[in-house]
Structures are given as structure tokens and as C-alpha cells.
Design a protein around this ligand. Structure first.
Ligand code: ADP
Ligand code: MG
Length: 418
């Protein structure tokens, strides 16, 4: 789905106002009675992506999303879904697209009070003209997907707010459209239920792979569920980026102020704070090579990897020193297997305990168990807003072996080899 140069101006003389805005007239300097709700919005939402539009109340989010499904005609600009234009199309064709290609969930989803849950879910399919048996069968399936199995025959008034919102979501899913538009769909829910719904949406999306535009005024929600986020201010999109981008590189002071109070521990992942490991040892390295590398980098321990970077474990300098003294040719017997590597998608909140327990900087692995980085405890604590100095003090890691001790052992080993 793509939006290009979209404008929505409420009030008489809209296209004239668009010309003025394009020439640089400020939104506040337009004629009385004219509101420029959306100004020059362009973006593309990829298939399978959750694209979040975030901004304060009144910034133009709802107006924008209503142009995406043609509920509001655009004053200028275009919206397309695949090859279908939304902005340049007859009313009947537009209705057709709305039925089959786009569904929408609102904050207060209007359920039909006299219909049961299952009939509410099947409602959109009924409008599509689907036969009764087929639509009830499909409605049952999505009702189960959203966790409402057993509630099919209840009426909306018998459900909690969270459950009603699930019915709304089920109705939208039942239509089986590629595009799902959600306008503050979870904003009226209690925080815990809201988090549950967010998790459920993410889980559903794993299998459904829909194109989702999700609107929220809540930054934490945006950061949690968005693959990418568009930040809106006064009708304009001021930044589009992945949650980490927005957090670490805010485009301007406005975005920066906005993101100041976000809970970084939930947004940032291991991948976004990891560093390149200072030194790694290959499992085929000999003890002398491994030890001199650890001496050069002043490390008391290091990770051991295979040629394809799969993590094998870690070694301590002391144990490698023993092998050097014994004249061993392989480090294998010194390798400890409990490397405790964390997945690269782990949130910072879940890294703290492993980091405190780890004997060396936390190893970060990808989904094929390859070492992709390390997170020193100081880095983690600095990112979390702690005191890096204190963090360094708090470490229980042993100091690396004294250089003289290592040098003497390596000299002796060299003599024996010679
Ligand atoms: P949000 O969803 O971000 O809170 P809206 O899109 O609802 O923002 O509103 C953006 C601006 O457009 C606001 O100033 C609002 O008052 C104005 N607006 C929205 N709908 C209309 C309308 N139908 N007529 C006139 N002004 C409107
Ligand atoms: Mg709104």
C-alpha cells in the first residue's frame, strides 16, 4: 500500500489551500475555517509489515487512515493498493475494494447489540454476500483465533471491553483482506489487556502476514508493535523509521522530546546495543595462539567459535595457560560449554540478569547460533541509564593474567617447540 503526496484540507477552498501549503504557507496562516489535517504525506507499507502512525491527539492520524480506505476523499495526492487506486476510482468500485481488500478496526468498535458474537463476526461476510454456512464456519475459525472460543452465542453486553475489542478484530480478520487498518484499536483497554492484545496481534501477524496500518498516540505501544513508525505532528509526517532509529536518531527536537520517556528496555534489543567482540578464539587454535591473543587484548576469558562462527563455548586464560605449560596442542579440553549466549532479539529488560551472571561480556547469537556480537556489562548499564563507573566496579570478573606470567609461559613453550 502506497500513499503519495496526500493532503486533506477541511473547509471550503481546499485545493487552493493545498497550493498555498505546497508553496510553504504555514498551516496556521491559512484562511479562517480551513483545517489542514494532513499535509503532504508519503509512505509505503510493505506486505506483512506493521506500519504504525503515531502522534498526539489532533495530529491528523485518523484523517490519514480514513483516506487510506477512501472514507475521506483526499484533497490531493494518491493512495494505491497494489494496482488498485483508492483515490481515483468510482464509488461502487471503492465499496468493492473496501469489502474485499481493506478492513478496519476502530477504538470503540460498533458491535451490533442484538446479534451474537458469531453473527457479529460474520457480519462483514454477510455484506459480501457469502452464504450462511460458509460465513458461520469462517467466523467460528477467526473467533477461535482471537481467543473467544466458547463465547460464540453470547451477546456483546455480556462481554468485557477487551473481549468486545476481540470481536471487532475477529470481524476484521474474517473478511480476509490483505490490508488491515487499526485506528487506536487498543487505546480504550486497560493496560494489561492492552498488552495481551498487542501480543496477540504480533502472534497473529506471524502467520497472517497482513499489511497493517496501526494508529496510536502511545509511543510505547508504537515501539512495541511497529516494524516501522511514522511520527506525525500538526498534519505532517516528521519521521519514518524503525523503532530503534526513532529512538536513537530522532529527526528533530520534537521527536526527541517525544521519545524521552519511552521505556528503552522494552524497545532496544541485544542487537541494537551489542559490540564487535574484541577477540574470539577458533576451536582449532592452539593454546599459545589463544593465550597471546588474550594477553594482547587483556582478556581473562574469550568465546570459542567454529569456522562458521557457531558458538562452541568459552575459555579462561588460566586454563589455557595450563595447556601451554603442559605443551598441549589443542584448546579443546579447556573449553567450557555454558556460554549462555542470548538471542539477538532479546529485549534489554531481559538481558540484565544474564549479564550480571555472565563471566564475560554477554554473547549475542543469531537464529543459527552464530556469534554476532557481545554486550559488555558497562554498555548495557550505560544504555539503561545507570552509572558505567559503578557498573565496572560491580563486576566479579577476574583480572586477566599478569602479562609477565603469560610471556614467560609462551617463551618456555617457544623454546620447547624450537
Ligand atoms: P488524530 O486522529 O491524530 O487525533 P484527526 O485526524 O482526528 O487527528 O484530526 C486532525 C485535525 O483535523 C484536527 O485539528 C481536527 O479537529 C480536524 N478534523 C478532523 N476531522 C474533521 C472534520 N470532519 N472537519 C473539520 N475538521 C476536522
Ligand atoms: Mg484519531
Amino acid at each position: 500500500m502506497r500513499a503519495e503526496g496526500l493532503f486533506k484540507v477541511f473547509g471550503r477552498g481546499g485545493s487552493q489551500a493545498v497550493e498555498q501549503l505546497r508553496k510553504g504557507t504555514a498551516r496556521t496562516d491559512l484562511a479562517d475555517g480551513i483545517t489542514a489535517a494532513v499535509i503532504d504525506a508519503s509512505f509505503e507499507v510493505k506486505k506483512g509489515e506493521i506500519f504504525v502512525v503515531m502522534g498526539l491527539s489532533g495530529s491528523g492520524k485518523s484523517t490519514l487512515i480514513r483516506m487510506l480506505n477512501g472514507l475521506h476523499p483526499a484533497t490531493a495526492g494518491s493512495v494505491t493498493i497494489g494496482d488498485d487506486s483508492i483515490t481515483d476510482v468510482s464509488a461502487s468500485k471503492l465499496r468493492d475494494i473496501r469489502r474485499h481488500r481493506i478492513s478496519m478496526v476502530f477504538q470503540h468498535f460498533a458491535l451490533l447489540p442484538h446479534r451474537t458474537v458469531i453473527d457479529n463476526v460474520a457480519y462483514g461476510l454477510e455484506i459480501q454476500g457469502m452464504g450462511k454456512d460458509e460465513r458461520i464456519a469462517r467466523a467460528r475459525k477467526v473467533t477461535e483465533i482471537v481467543g473467544l472460543a466458547g463465547w460464540e452465542e453470547k451477546h456483546p453486553s455480556e462481554l468485557s471491553g477487551g473481549m468486545q475489542q476481540r470481536v471487532g478484530l475477529a470481524r476484521a480478520l474474517a473478511a480476509d483482506t490483505d490490508v488491515l487498518l487499526m485506528d487506536e484499536a487498543f487505546s480504550a483497554l486497560d493496560p494489561l489487556i492492552r498488552r495481551e492484545m498487542q501480543d496477540q496481534l504480533l502472534e497473529l501477524q506471524e502467520t497472517l502476514g497482513k499489511t497493517i496500518v496501526f494508529i496510536t498516540h502511545d509511543l510505547n505501544e508504537a515501539m512495541y508493535i511497529g516494524d516501522r513508525i511514522a511520527v506525525m505532528r500538526d498534519g505532517r509526517i516528521v519521521q519514518i523509521g524503525a523503532p530503534e532509529d526513532i529512538l536513537t536518531n530522532p529527526a528533530n527536537d520534537y521527536v526527541e522530546q517525544f521519545v524521552q520517556d519511552v521505556d528503552r528496555t522494552k524497545v532496544l534489543t541485544a542487537e541494537s546495543v551489542m559490540r564487535k567482540p574484541r577477540a574470539v578464539i577458533h576451536e582449532n587454535d592452539g593454546p599459545t595462539g589463544a593465550l597471546s591473543m588474550m594477553r594482547d587484548e587483556q582478556l581473562s576469558a574469550a568465546y570459542v567459535i567454529k569456522r562458521d562462527r557457531t558458538i562452541v563455548g568459552w575459555v579462561r586464560d588460566r586454563d589455557v595457560l595450563d595447556l601451554v605449560r603442559k605443551g598441549e596442542k589443542s584448546i579443546r579440553s579447556a573449553i567450557q560449554a555454558d556460554h549462555g549466549a542470548v538471542d539477538k532479539d532479546t529485549s534489554l529488560a531481559d538481558l540484565l540478569i544474564p549479564s550480571l551472571e555472565a563471566a564475560l561480556p554477554l554473547a549475542v547469537k543469531d537464529d543459527r547460533d552464530r556469534l554476532v556480537g557481545v554486550i559488555p556489562r558497562v554498555t548495557l548499564l550505560a544504555t539503561l541509564g545507570g552509572e558505567p563507573e559503578a557498573a565496572a566496579q560491580a563486576t566479579h570478573r577476574p583480572d586477566p593474567l599478569p602479562t609477565e606470567v603469560v610471556d614467560r609461559a609462551l617463551d618456555n613453550a617457544g623454546k620447547e617447540n624450537a
